[in-house]
Design a protein around this ligand. Structure first.
Ligand code: GBH
Length: 480
């Protein structure tokens, strides 16, 4: 297949942004320093049974104290861009009211440090660390959280809105809504379908209100975006009407409840109906649709693995266990009689099937439906059980192979007309992998959690050659 035929060199378009991504709670540590307030992930990770090994983000990669070293590391690797997230409770400890100057100053230094090194700052306002005080008032099930988010966006925009190149409102609202309030596998650990759908809407609303707030205060003509983890969902048997219907329903709940309001300005009526036994959708009020739909300069797409589903004659959703320590509910509410199948083939350490063709298919599907919409891959990458060799290097050929094949897939999508503006590898550093704690290593840079020493893996050296040349070398011409 073309997928594995990697002998020619693939040149990416000029200006294509090769970078890497992280998130505040996963790398910063310093959880109680300089006035940072508690977030739902502090509460969740400190509650026994929620996270593998009882791991927390208290220290993580200690990036808060090692930011200069990490910035220099990005220069060493030749990265063009850095996608980071801003911790809301570091900036506003209770999610409302006065700003915490020390918290905001940290991000100001980070952005200055990036610009001084010629690295494009891509800032995400929310990567899952809601101030606990807002959760105590209902969190994302509460419309007021969306309004508080817009105020927070305005505060941050006033401070950094002369320097940030790309503003991303939310990272993967699917995860916040369906893992945070649906399955309960993520903070705040709530397992309730109605709460999950309320969260979907209030996250969409928060996005729209935040873009509007940013536009009022920002001065440097940045790009505005949101990052979605869109699911590429395939029917097990494409000629079975029942399997096709199962895949369509999964697509409706997972993708269309975000894409349709964000890009088309309305919720898909058929999905509201199909989930009407779980929620009454009365929290969607007249006028919300026009608040949610804001022009997007770039749509961020995170891709790791596709899904395969078929009709199931049991009741409820039959999911392959994701291995998270605690998932009392379902992340797929409303999917009665749908079964998720293991897809075989090579898996990463997360148990996720490696399938680069899914990335190409996903980019083409979005590109075909919204041809004028620029896209960026804001996350793609893989966890493997990396070990440091005696000589101090970390050989991770499986990760190089994963990245190479997904980048080749992205290149095929570009050749087929998709307007793809960049690729951010997940992740710069090994870090706190949410409910899996420190047991999963996604970094292109190894972190020793005893010493906090950073060591670029072979994949980092490989990726830096790609970033510097803009050319994905064919396998046979690679020096390994
Ligand atoms: C992203 O989440 C996050 O943005 C990032 O913080 C995180 O560290 C990174 O990815 C790696 O996990 O249900 O088992 O079939 C990705 C979350 C991954 C959720 C794929 C849905 C489907 C796999 N998504 N997952 S499974």
């Amino acid at each position: 297949s073309t997928d594995d035929d990697q002998d020619s060199d693939l040149t990416f378009p000029p200006g294509f942004l090769f970078g890497s991504a992280t998130a505040a709670y996963q790398i910063e540590g310093a959880a109680a320093e300089d006035g940072r307030g508690p977030s739902i992930w502090d509460t969740f990770s400190h509650t026994p049974g929620n996270v593998w090994n009882g791991d927390t983000g208290d220290i993580a990669c200690d990036h808060y104290h090692r930011v200069e070293e990490d910035l220099d590391l990005m220069v060493t690797l030749g990265l063009h861009a850095y996608r980071f997230s801003i911790s809301w409770p570091r900036v506003q400890p209770t999610g409302r009211g006065a700003v915490n100057p020390a918290g905001l100053a940290f991000y100001s230094r980070l952005v200055d440090g990036l610009l001084a090194r010629g690295i494009t700052p891509i800032a995400t306002l929310y990567h899952w660390d809601l101030p606990q005080a807002l959760e105590d008032e209902g969190g994302w099930t509460n419309r007021a959280t969306a309004e508080a988010f817009a105020d927070y966006a305005r505060l941050v925009g006033r401070e950094l809105g002369d320097r940030v190149a790309v503003w991303t409102t939310l990272n993967e609202p699917w995860c916040t809504a369906y893992l945070g309030y649906g399955s309960g596998g993520h903070a705040p650990g709530i397992a309730d379908a109605d709460s999950a759908f309320r969260a979907v809407h209030h996250l969409n609303l928060a996005h729209g209100l935040a873009i509007t707030a940013l536009r009022e205060v920002v001065t440097n003509n940045p790009q505005y975006s949101i990052t979605l983890n869109l699911h590429l969902i395939r029917p097990d048997n494409p000629s079975s009407a029942a399997d096709v219907a199962a895949a369509r329903l999964a697509d409706g709940v997972a993708n269309r409840l975000f894409l349709d309001p964000l890009l088309n300005g309305h919720y898909p009526e058929w999905v509201l109906e199909a989930t009407g036994h779980l929620t009454d959708w009365s929290f969607v009020t007249a006028g919300d649709a026009s608040l949610i739909r804001q022009p997007l300069d770039v749509l961020g797409v995170n891709y790791y693995t596709p899904q395969r589903v078929r009709e199931w004659d049991g009741v409820g959703t039959k999911q392959s266990a994701d291995g998270a320590p605690r998932t009392p509910g379902t992340a797929w509410p409303g999917l009665d009689h749908v079964e998720f199948l293991d897809q075989g083939g090579p898996h990463t350490a997360m148990g996720w099937t490696v399938d680069p063709s899914g990335l190409e298919e996903l980019l083409l599907a979005i590109g075909n439906e919204w041809p004028a919409q620029p896209l960026m891959i804001t996350e793609n990458g893989a966890a493997y059980n990396d070990v440091m060799s005696a000589d101090g290097s970390v050989h991770d050929p499986a990760r190089i192979d994963y990245l190479r094949r997904h980048l080749a897939a992205a290149h095929r999508a570009i050749e087929r007309g998709v307007n793809l503006t960049g690729y951010q590898v997940w992740s710069l550093l090994d870090n706190f992998e949410w409910s899996f704690g420190y047991s999963k290593r996604f970094g292109i840079v190894h972190v020793n959690y005893d010493t906090l020493v950073r060591t670029p893996k072979d994949s980092a050296l490989w990726y830096s050659r790609l970033a510097r040349s803009g050319v994905l070398r064919g396998e046979s011409s690679e020096i390994r």
